[in-house]
Design a binder for this molecule. Structure first.
Ligand code: FAD
Length: 438
């Protein structure tokens, strides 16, 4: 590998190449440590070098170089993924694309951006034009558009707009890993071979995402003595077509006790629903909350949107982050409940596991159906116990998208068969993020 380092310096022109220990170490990791299972298996993996291209031409040159030398390439956006997606299992090059950060165009109903643009910056720019992102992960401040499309699934906004697969990517420019990398323009159904692909079937340099009309969002905490009441209120609100919304997250006590920055404004012992709804909808929410045996607690008015810590910073997988800050023994699962049976399923899991599993529900309009997904926070005892919990969930009809594996086959939602076929054409030597697709 020393030879290709030397050659890289001359052969690659202006592309920034880093081989120092600190940079390599830092850019070889993502947030896999949320999983004690992955942490044990991935903490020592690292790249031989980091390449940081600044434009498409440099990406193409880096890929051609890697192909010529048969070097594995693992792409990195911001490295906030949780499954070790961005960890180079077989070393080689980590291609840091955070430098491709130009917003090319914000049009009427869409934005065309380079892959390294941060979702938070794009949302800010879009709002200046009277528009906003449809969906984004709770990590939007740091996460990149390319990383979200290639390694995420959904988040804030998914209650109205669905996941990545629900028309939330319009097109993408993709490079293949061949002697002469091809530049593909992908749209429509073919995007399914690239969405949530972990960079295994091609490298996305540019993405077009749809934008929604801007709404002024207020943030509301509704509070309940009983978690089931919180969940029922959540469902009623989720299904209410008159209240525009971005977020509806019922959260079981004691999870709110972990939210230190909100300590002063959350009532002790109460389960909550964190909601982002259109400005002016507070009276409707108050009526709904009362009808479910609860009431309105803390409210962040629309004028304060993004000017204080937001409620979404405690939802989606941020809930796990706050739990981990309170106690390093926590980890999490990703669960899909049956919309017709979910209350019984929640009750059964509570009966079997008590506080070993703490629930928060994330409503998602996936494939046109409103589904109660959840990211249960789990008190970790052992890998064996974790897989016992997973097996139990599956045995009562709760789907688990296992976040304790880096394999696309187990954790992903695209059609992996199609991806394998695409990969054999686009990456004939299997150099793109090896070991992630079975
Ligand atoms: P990275 O982690 O850098 O990359 C993700 C994957 O995509 C990797 O496999 C990488 O190789 C590949 N990749 C990156 N860029 C490209 C590219 N241009 N072309 C091809 N492949 C590429 N995810 C959600 O979906 N919803 C959430 O609400 C959510 N909440 C989170 C909360 C916390 C606290 C944390 C730590 C994570 C959360 N995540 C969530 C996971 C993650 O933050 C998001 O999916 C995020 O969008 C990933 O973006 P990134 O730029 O960090 O990607």
């Amino acid at each position: 590998s020393l030879t290709w380092h030397a050659e890289a310096k001359t052969d690659l022109g202006d592309i920034a190449v880093y081989t120092d220990e600190a940079t390599v170490e830092k850019l070889s990791k993502d947030f896999f440590w949320y999983s004690p299972v992955l942490d044990a298996k991935l903490k020592d993996k690292k790249a031989d070098a980091i390449f940081a291209p600044r434009d498409e031409r440099e990406v193409e040159a880096a890929l051609a170089f890697a192909f010529r030398h048969r070097i594995p390439v693992t792409v990195r956006g911001a490295g906030t993924g949780n499954y070790g997606q961005a960890v180079p299992l077989e070393g080689g090059i980590v291609l840091d694309l955070s430098g491709l950060d130009a917003i090319a165009e914000i049009g009427d109903g869409y934005a065309r951006v380079q892959c390294g643009v941060k979702l938070g910056s794009l949302e800010k720019k879009a709002r200046e034009t009277g528009q906003e992102l449809r969906i984004y992960p709770s990590t939007f401040a740091k996460a990149t558009v390319g990383g979200f499309v290639s390694g995420g699934s959904g988040g804030v906004g998914s209650i109205t707009w669905g996941n990545l697969w629900d028309g939330n990517v319009l097109s993408a420019v993709v490079y293949t890993m061949e002697e002469r990398p091809r530049r593909l323009e992908i749209e429509g159904r073919e995007l399914y071979d690239y969405i949530h692909n972990y960079g295994t079937t091609g490298i996305m340099t540019e993405v077009v995402v749809p934008l929604a009309k801007k709404t002024d969002w207020m943030q509301v905490v509704a509070q309940f003595d009983d978690f089931e009441d919180a969940v029922r209120f959540g469902e009623t609100l989720a299904r209410n077509g008159d209240i525009p919304k971005r977020l509806v997250t019922p959260i079981e006590w004691p999870l709110p006790s972990f939210f230190k920055p909100l300590e002063k404004v959350l009532a002790s012992g109460k389960s909550v629903v964190f909601a982002e709804t259109a400005d002016g909808t507070l009276p409707q929410l108050a009526v709904l909350a009362a009808a479910h045996g609860g009431g309105i607690g803390h409210v962040i008015p629309a004028e304060k949107y993004r000017k204080t810590i937001g409620l979404s910073d405690f939802t989606w997988n941020h809930t796990t982050l706050w739990a981990l800050k309170a106690d390093a023994a926590y980890t999490y699962l990703q669960a899909g409940f049956d919309p017709a049976l979910y209350m019984e399923q929640l009750r059964e899991l509570k009966r079997l596991f008590g506080d070993e599993l703490l629930m928060h529900v994330e409503w998602v309009l996936a494939g046109g159906r409103l589904l109660p997904n959840a990211l249960p926070v789990v008190r970790f005892a052992s890998e064996e116990r974790l897989y016992h919990i997973i097996a139990t969930c599956r045995s009562i009809g709760v789907e688990i998208y296992d976040p304790h594996t880096w394999m696309l086959d187990n954790g992903g939602r695209g059609a992996v068969n199609g991806m394998q076929l695409r990969k054999s054409v686009n990456d004939p030597l299997g150099l793109l993020n090896p070991g992630k697709i079975g």
